[in-house]
Design a protein around this ligand. Structure first.
Ligand code: FAD
Length: 444
């Protein structure tokens, strides 16, 4: 069987290499670390999570939960490792990032059909290739992709939130509670603010010095769901209170007091020694982050494990560049996978690794390409990537808007999502019964 090259051992590339190898297809997995590293990667582990340790909602009343269920049914390596490294996070799936990435790395390196090559790829190799080099693809290969796709490669910005040491949070001010929960304790640590404290924090945030952006970078838009906290604050004094600092459902567990705003922190490693400032991705200068974020009650003496950062992000204009199996139009042997295809998010990137690899696996074994039902989360993401009626293509995450419309009107969002989830699950189950090959080779 012809060897397939997978470029990039990130979330999508690791999943893709594993799925191919599990179907008997030999893989050459090329990863540039440790030789060189993007500014967001800090380790040499495969599938490193570059920012939050949360993989998002994991119930059937969230679109992310529907996608995760499908990936589990399809034998996803990444979901398996994530489940094995999970840490408490309410109804979301969060992981101990090192344990998670370390397990992925071991399982890939131990696979007899995967050859790992530590090398930066600068040109697309011959033979079947899956390019899964992510939003921070090294420059020479990014330029090569731009040449192949013409004007269709786009750039935008993403940001990462700071991490802090848990035992430096002042728990005489902060308290544990999950939103709307009646139970004592909770997975989240909450830092409450009075109106006066909020305004002082807001003013400091607005006047804080930011890291410089080059001229050409200023024209690049932020992605809405990963907007720096200071950019969100620019929209108005109260915007943060209706977003990441929303106080509703976070009344004090002892006094029942409702605060003006609440900053939430989520556990980031299994020991619980590091917490992540939820929604605080930022482009402030590092010294300014210390000054401004220590104005938050409970964080006055907090120690930062990692400061927030901002990075370039690359994706293609999917409707123009890719077919429904993620093949680059006009290039028989090249598929893209992961965030570069125009999806946004960890789990969405994994999903696109799975789709690209199963398409190649089918092609190389002389079988028909998988036809993911439109009702499923996988099918809906692919539908969105192929939707050429969209005027200005923007990366998409899994959300209710990408699924087919329901025949009935359901007002409440969780119930609407549950209805979508049932339809998606039936469609996926029916498809898997029809196409046994998709899951039949998953041993090991
Ligand atoms: P990656 O996981 O980045 O993997 C790409 C791999 O390719 C890397 O290992 C890299 O070293 C390698 N590589 C790159 N170029 C080459 C080359 N030329 N040759 C060989 N190897 C190469 N999503 C979320 O859901 N939550 C978040 O909190 C979040 N935060 C983000 C923060 C930042 C700063 C960025 C940039 C993105 C963030 N995302 C987040 C978006 C996205 O989910 C992640 O970037 C995700 O890791 C994408 O998966 P991927 O497999 O496509 O790419």
């Amino acid at each position: 069987m012809e060897k397939t090259t997978v470029i990039g051992a990130g979330l999508a590339g690791s999943e893709a290499a594993w799925q191919l190898a599990q179907r008997g297809i030999p893989v050459k997995l090329m990863e540039m670390r440790p030789e060189s590293r993007s500014p967001a990667h800090h380790t040499d582990f495969f599938a490193e999570l570059v920012c939050s340790n949360s993989l998002g909602g994991d119930t059937e009343t969230t679109p992310g939960g529907i996608l995760k269920r499908e990936l589990r049914k399809l034998g996803s390596l990444i979901m398996d490792c994530a489940d094995g490294a999970s840490v408490p996070a309410g109804k979301a799936l969060a992981v101990d990032r090192d344990r998670f990435a370390c397990t992925v790395t071991e399982r890939i390196k131990d696979h007899p059909l995967i050859e790992v090559v530590a090398e930066e790829v600068k040109a697309i190799p011959d033979g079947p290739v899956i390019m899964a080099t992510g939003p921070l693809t090294a420059e020479p290969l990014a330029l090569e992709l731009a040449k192949i796709t013409g004007q269709s490669s786009l750039f935008f910005y993403d940001a990462a939130a700071p991490l802090v040491l848990t035992d430096t949070i002042d728990m005489s001010i902060a308290y544990r509670k999950d939103r709307y929960s009646e139970e004592e304790g909770g997975d989240y640590i909450n830092c409450p603010m009075t109106e006066e404290q909020y305004i002082a924090f807001y003013e400091a945030l607005m006047s804080a010095e930011r890291a410089p952006r080059h001229d050409f970078e200023r024209k690049i838009p932020y992605f809405e769901s990963c907007m720096p906290v200071e950019a969100l604050a620019e929209r108005g004094l109260h915007t943060l209170r209706f977003g990441p600092l929303k106080p509703v459902g976070l009344e004090h567990p002892v006094t029942d007091k409702r605060f003006f705003a609440v900053v939430q922190l989520r556990q980031d490693n299994s020991e619980g020694t590091v917490y992540n400032m939820v929604g605080f991705q930022t482009n402030l200068r590092w010294g300014e982050q210390e000054r401004v974020f220590r104005l938050i009650p409970g964080l006055e003496k907090v120690e930062f494990v990692r400061k927030g950062v901002m990075h370039r992000n690359i994706y293609v204009n999917a409707p123009e560049v890719l077919d429904r199996s993620l093949k680059v139009k006009g290039r028989e042997n090249l598929r893209l996978a992961g965030q570069i295809t125009g999806v946004e998010g960890y789990v969405e990137s994994v999903a696109m690794g799975l789709v690209a690899s199963l398409a190649f696996a089918a092609e190389l074994s002389g079988r028909p390409l998988p036809k993911w039902p439109r009702e499923t989360a996988l099918g809906s993401l692919l539908y969105r990537l192929g939707d050429d009626t969209v005027k200005k293509f923007q990366p998409t995450n899994v959300n209710l808007g990408i699924f087919p419309k329901l025949n009935v009107k359901i007002k409440e969002k969780p119930e609407r999502c549950r209805a979508v989830s049932e339809i998606a699950d039936k469609a996926m189950e029916a498809y898997l019964l029809e196409d046994h090959w998709i899951v039949s080779d998953l041993t090991g």
